[in-house]
Ligand binder design. Sequence first.
Ligand code: ATP
Length: 540
Amino acid sequence: MDMDKLVSLCKRRGFLFQSSEIYGGLNGFWDYGPLGVELKRNVKEAWWRDMVSGHDELTVSGGAPSTFDMVGLDCTIIMHPQVWKCSGHFDLFCDFMVDCTESKKRYRHDQVRGRWVTYREQKVFVTTMAEADKEQGELEAKALKFFNIRAKDADKLAWDGDSVSLATINDTKQVLAPDAKTLGTLTDPREFNLMFKTIVGALGTAEDAAFLRPETAQGIFVNFKNVVDSSRVAVPFGIAQIGKSFRNEITPRNFTFRSREFEQMEIEFFCKPASSPQWYKYWRDRRYQWYLDLGLPRERLQLRDHHADELSHYSCGTADIEYAFPFLPAGEFGELEGVAHRGDFDLRSHSEGKLTKDAEGKLIVELGPDGKPKHRGSGKDLSYFDAEAKERYVPHVIEPSAGADRATLAFLCEAYTEDKVPDENGNPRERTLLKLNPRIAPIKAAVFPLVKKDGMPEAAQKIYRALKKQFNVFYDEGGAVGRRYARQDEVGTPYCITVDGETLQNGSVTIRDRDSLKQWRIKADDAVAEVTKLLNPAGS
Ligand code: ATP
């Protein structure tokens, strides 16, 4: 699939716009247009309903089916700065960047990609930031320019190996930076903290510095005791939150995939340490299934367990749910969601103190010479008394952490389809459609009068109003009906209802299915019942 076509459809039909576009845009920030906001809301609502408000999953423990609680939270974006010290973000939430002394541009070290190429015994590592499908073309153009040879002599360039990340290259003197004309212009990689800084209050002193949250998870941890004390939840249970997060990404790219402001859908699931490995597997599989149910196919959706050396500081096990986004090189997958076993690190560090890395790079609570935590966390006891087992422990946490924007983008990529359908004269006509799962489609049904006369608009509007009470529906009477169908296909509307001459005679209308193009007649009075049935096939 050509990503440019999807990006252009998103702009043309009001799914996504560049933020502050009339001022030239702001890199890494995106606005959702009228249809985009519906789509993303539907994704978030499906998640909230399936994971929280409608959650009624039974699990089998000790042979007997049992259920567990899921509750929600909505925490602030700016929190006490100590939260980020104890979570490790203040000291450790960094990416490596490199600067180009010639172009003055800055790049994320691991995102610069390139290939070794030799011409007349000079070997150079040519690099680019281009997306996968344009990468080799860009590298070749840069190499031709650098060696000052003509395009027809491109076969004189001797390429060596596949493209690799700059992070794998030791000798940077032979590197041609993405926007440079001379060699060796990149600085050594430097750490860069991804948290956005801000000032709270009017005084603006260093002590007033605060941060925009880089994840929603910490709001859940610091409220753990509040939730336990105020709600009748008992371990095992989960707390969910949907909200904005901010990361000052060095090079935002790939449409909304890597943005600087984005929305997360996170669950922190608290369980007894001994049963945490089972819960980890449970959540990994349940979250994978959620994407399948909403339309991502198994061949482009993978559940990848992290290798031991890839595990985050806190984790005894992490799996990524990944989708083969079309802007990635063939065979590569991009993260939609991480499901991590976080042990008891978060609750422990918020009660005991600041986390730091040990010699092996593992995160530990920093101890003073007296063997006690050197920096206090909140000092509050965040352990839990299990009334059933009559024991006190710090619960272990399983964290399924998803991105609302990445999920929305994956559903859009997967839905984008081009096919040929017969026009009114039976000739093949190209059509573009979004095969979105009806549950997340921005518009559930469109209602058309075949022509703008003979009482058809009035009959169609009556159906539209009845449907509008329950669903987001669209009324359109402009232009040829074929064009109106095409416009709805392009935004993923699953059903179109058309009022025609027969409606006026016998009260029936046609209903058309977006994917199969099947049309059948129903009574106009049954339109609401029919759309309801079609949207809830299992009667759920
Ligand atoms: P990546 O490796 O792609 O930077 P991550 O491992 O840092 O992602 P997490 O910290 O696990 O991501 O965040 C959980 C989820 O939040 C991700 O799976 C993703 O869906 C979403 N997310 C993280 N960073 C961004 C971003 N810059 N833009 C959009 N979504 C993001």
